[in-house]
Design a protein around this ligand. Structure first.
Ligand SMILES: Cc1ncc(C[n+]2csc(CCOP(=O)(O)OP(=O)(O)O)c2C)c(N)n1
Ligand SMILES: [Mg+2]
Length: 396
C-alpha cells in the first residue's frame, strides 16, 4: 500500500500543489521537482518504529529527547537536503561544474553530529557528509562560498575541500580513507592531554578497501583512541556495487579491530543519533573506539555528472525500495505521530528554506567581487618550499 501523507519530503519529490506554491512564492527559485517515486509507505513507517524499539539502550536515549532536540534534528535534515538542492541547481545553471551530494543519506550525518558535544568534539567529513559543516556551526553562506571558491570561503578559495577547525570540522583531503589514521591521532592527542573530547569520521564502503583505513582502525583499537567511526555503507563505490568489492557485509569488522561495534539503520535519524550518543559516551569515558556500521543507499550518482550511469548500476526496484525509506519523510511521519503538528514542521521547513536561500543568494552576490588573486593560492611556507630549486627539480 502506498501511503502518501502531505509531508515535506513528498512535496519536494512529487508535483504536489504545495511545491507549486513554494515555487510561486519565489522561495525555491530554480528548484526542480524530481524522483516522484520517493514515497514513504506505511510498512516503512512501522519498520521505523520497530527499529527505535529494538535496542533498549537506544530506545531510552530517544525517549529522553525533548522537542527542541527533535526539531533540531529535523531542521538539520531539511537544511542538508536544501543545501544539496542548491548545489544541484547551481550545476544545472552552470554556476558549478559538478557537485557531490548526500541526498537520501542525510540521517547518517545529521544524527551523528547532533549527538556530539559540538563545542569541543571534532569531525572529519567525507564528500557524502557535507551537512556536517553547517550542523557543526559553520555559517551556510561560508559553506556556499567554499563551493564557489571565492576569497571569503573557508580556505580563501584555494580548494573545493574545506572545513573550519574553529567549528571542529577538519578539511577533507581527496584520497579516501586517509582521515581514519588522522582522527585516530587526534583522539590520542585528546587523551594524552586528558581532554574529555572525541573525534568522529565517516568511511564509505568503498573506502574500506584502502590501506589507510585498516592501519587507522588497527591503531585506534590497539591504542584505545577515543574515536567514533561510521562505516557509511551506501551499497556502492563510484560505479562498483557493494557485492563487487565486499564479501559478507561488515558485521565482523568491529571485533576484528578490537572495537565496540554497533549496527544502525542509516535512514533512521533517531537510531543514528542514539547509537552515536552511546558510542560517544563509551569513547569519552576511556573505553576505546567504536565502529558503527550504517546501512543506507546512494539515491543519485557518485556526483552530478554520472546520474544516468548510476541509474543503470542498480535495478530500478532498488531505488524504489530506498525511496520508500526517505529519511526525512519517515522522520516527519514519526514526529507527527509523536504529537508535533504538521504546521510546526512546516514552520521549521519554511525558516530553513529561507535561511538556505538567502545564504546562497549572498554567496552568489559576493562571487564576482571576491574572486581570489591567483597568488593567494600559495600557502605561506609550503608553496615557498616547493619553489626551492632542489625540490622543484625532483618530480614526485
Ligand atoms: C585512495 C583513493 N582512491 C580512489 C579515489 C577516487 N574515488 C573518489 S570517491 C570514490 C568512491 C568511494 O566510495 P565510498 O567509499 O563507498 O564512498 P561513497 O562515494 O559511496 O560515499 C573513489 C573510488 C580517491 N579519491 N582516493
Ligand atoms: Mg559507498
Amino acid at each position: 500500500m502506498i501511503y502518501t501523507p502531505p509531508t515535506l519530503a513528498d512535496r519536494w519529490h512529487c508535483k504536489a500543489d504545495a511545491v507549486r506554491e513554494l515555487l510561486a512564492s519565489g522561495k525555491l527559485k530554480g528548484f526542480r521537482v524530481g524522483r516522484s517515486h520517493w514515497r514513504i509507505t506505511l510498512a516503512e513507517v512501522e519498520r521505523y518504529e520497530r527499529t527505535i524499539h529494538a535496542d533498549p539502550e537506544r530506545r531510552k536515549v530517544i525517549e529522553g529527547l525533548d522537542d527542541e532536540v527533535l526539531l533540531g534534528l529535523y531542521a538539520g535534515l531539511v537544511r542538508f537536503r536544501l543545501h544539496d538542492h542548491t548545489l544541484k541547481r547551481w550545476v544545472k545553471r552552470g554556476v558549478l561544474s559538478k557537485a557531490w551530494l548526500g541526498t537520501g543519506e542525510e540521517a547518517v550525518t545529521i544524527g551523528a553530529v547532533h549527538a556530539l558535544e559540538r563545542d569541543r568534539d571534532v569531525v572529519a567529513p567525507m564528500i557524502r557528509n557535507a551537512g556536517a559543516c553547517h550542523e557543526m556551526g559553520m555559517p551556510l553562506e561560508t559553506v556556499f562560498a567554499g563551493y564557489l571558491g571565492t576569497g571569503d570561503g573557508p580556505n580563501g578559495g584555494r580548494d573545493g575541500h574545506f572545513g573550519d577547525l574553529g567549528h571542529g570540522v577538519l578539511q577533507p583531503i581527496s584520497p579516501v580513507g586517509e582521515m581514519v589514521p588522522v582522527v585516530t591521532g587526534i583522539g590520542l592527542a585528546f587523551r594524552q592531554r586528558r581532554e574529555p573530547r572525541i573525534a568522529l569520521t565517516w568511511v564509505g564502503d568503498g573506502s574500506t578497501k584502502t590501506t589507510a583505513v585498516h592501519e587507522g582502525f588497527n591503531l585506534a583499537g590497539v591504542l584505545r583512541s577515543p574515536v567514533v567511526f561510521f562505516l557509511q555503507n551506501n551499497q556502492v563505490a563510484l560505479g562498483t556495487r557493494l557485492e563487487q568489492h565486499q564479501i559478507d557485509g561488515f558485521g565482523g569488522w568491529p571485533d576484528m579491530y578490537g572495537m565496540r561495534g554497533m549496527a544502525v539503520d542509516g535512514n533512521n535519524v533517531l537510531d543514528v543519533y542514539a547509537a552515536t550518543r552511546l558510542a560517544a559516551e563509551h569513547a569519552r569515558s576511556g573505553n576505546g573506539p567504536v565502529l558503527i556500521v550504517a546501512e543506507t543507499f546512494r539515491m543519485g550518482g557518485h556526483a552530478t555528472h554520472d546520474e544516468a550511469e548510476a541509474r543503470r548500476t542498480f535495478a530500478p526496484e532498488l531505488f524504489e525500495t530506498w525511496g520508500r525509506r526517505d529519511p526525512i519523510g519517515l522522520y516527519e511521519e514519526w514526529l507527527n505521530r509523536r504529537g508535533i503538528p504538521r504546521e510546526r514542521l512546516e514552520e521549521v521547513e519554511s525558516a530553513v528554506a529561507d535561511e538556505v536561500e538567502s545564504a546562497a543568494e549572498r554567496a552568489l552576490a559576493s562571487r564576482d567581487e571576491r574572486m581570489p588573486a591567483p597568488e593567494s593560492a600559495e600557502l605561506p611556507g609550503v608553496s615557498a618550499g616547493l619553489r626551492q630549486p632542489g625540490l622543484a627539480a625532483r618530480p614526485i
